[in-house]
Design a protein around this ligand. Structure first.
Ligand code: ATP
Ligand code: MG
Length: 325
């Protein structure tokens, strides 16, 4: 599904289509302490128009506290938040003008239709162009159910209407804090499908989540936090490539001897013996050379399997020993 970017956002920000993008949100050294507890610890983040940044961390990592500071609702202990260069705490109008966020369940009337509820919100906001409602209902996949009463909606549909309502004034930054919480897998997927469309329209999207596959599926970049600290940041695809390795089984062989041989093969950066097989950090194309090296020395591989660490495994490694709070 693709909906044309509305004029203001396309003009102000540039979209993926024309390649231009600008920094919408920047935090620098952002820190929040609650008494002894440092909930957010010298955090540097930035989000650009047209991209989805996954803000990933286990429960209690400091994601919602960070969102609160971005919205100017929580005062940082130190460090800065800038929305288009402005401080949301002292220049609060920048938040109402350029950020759409669901921080709690938005208020909808049960006996009004989804469309009439959106209309009511639009009237409160003022200045929402006429065509915007139907455009948004299409974007969140509610066009066919728009005339049905809100009370007949599933939880996922209610959530999607909530997202539509935050988009009414075409905010440059959309913040989704655990948007799929409490939804069944189908409902989660419906929300997830919307997210890339938001970025395609030129919105900058900050998706706070503890669900790794969610981030893996819809984000361009990911910032991983633990105990308030940024522990890893980068492009999702690049992080996945980092986990590329080969698994080799060699029946009836001395695996230590085999590992020493494989280490000499160009492109191989590390070899370990795990669960009766070799785990070789190397790109997939090194497989043939590894096979040849082993065979030359009278060792014959039973299988050579390329594997990817999912972001999930990567995340679990990083947060090992973490207890949720
Ligand atoms: N107002 C507060 N007073 C004291 N401690 C707080 C306050 N708000 C948050 N905390 C603590 O700060 C830490 C970070 O909480 P936060 O809600 O930001 O985490 P989160 O990453 O959003 O977690 P979750 O995935 O569970 O939503 C937690 O240890 C939490 O208990
Ligand atoms: Mg939270």
């Amino acid at each position: 599904m693709s909906v044309a970017a509305t004029a203001p956002i396309a003009a102000a920000l540039g979209t993926r289509q024309n390649g231009a993008s600008v920094t919408v949100l920047e935090t620098h050294d952002l820190t929040k302490r609650f008494k002894q507890l440092t909930a957010v610890d010298h955090l540097d983040l930035n989000v650009r128009s047209g991209e989805v940044l996954g803000f990933l961390g286990p429960n209690g990592a400091g994601k919602s506290t960070t969102v609160g500071m971005i919205l100017g609702l929580i005062r940082p202990t130190s460090g800065t938040v800038r929305l288009f260069g402005k401080d949301p705490l002292t220049q609060h109008e920048i938040v109402s003008k350029s950020v759409g966020a669901i921080i709690e369940n938005p208020a909808f009337y049960p006996y009004l239709s989804g469309r009439d509820n959106l209309l009511a919100h639009a009237k409160m906001l003022g200045g929402v162009p006429k065509g915007r409602l139907d455009e948004l209902l299409t974007l969140v996949g509610l066009r066919d159910r728009a005339k049905d009463k809100f009370k007949t909606y599933s939880l996922g549909m209610k959530q999607r209407l909530g997202i539509a309502s935050t988009l009414l004034n075409d905010p440059a930054l959309v913040i989704l804090d655990e948007p799929t919480n409490g939804l069944d897998p189908a409902g989660q997927r419906e929300i997830r499908e919307i997210i890339p469309n938001l970025a395609d329209q030129g919105h900058a999207v900050l998706l706070a989540s503890h669900m790794l596959h969610e981030v893996e599926q819809v984000c361009d970049r990911v910032a991983i936090v633990r105990k308030g600290k940024l522990i890893e940041e980068g492009e999702v695809q690049e992080m996945l490539r980092r986990g590329e390795h080969l698994e080799v089984t060699i029946p009836d062989a001395d695996l230590r001897q085999a590992a020493a041989l494989v280490e000499q093969v160009p492109g191989v950066s590390q070899v370990t013996v795990e669960n009766g097989r070799l785990r070789i950090a190397a790109p997939e194309r090194a497989g043939a050379d590894i096979n040849r090296q082993l065979a030359t020395h009278g060792l014959f591989a039973g299988s050579i399997t390329p594997r990817h660490n999912s972001l999930e495994e990567f995340f679990l490694e990083l947060t090992e020993g973490e207890t949720s709070s």
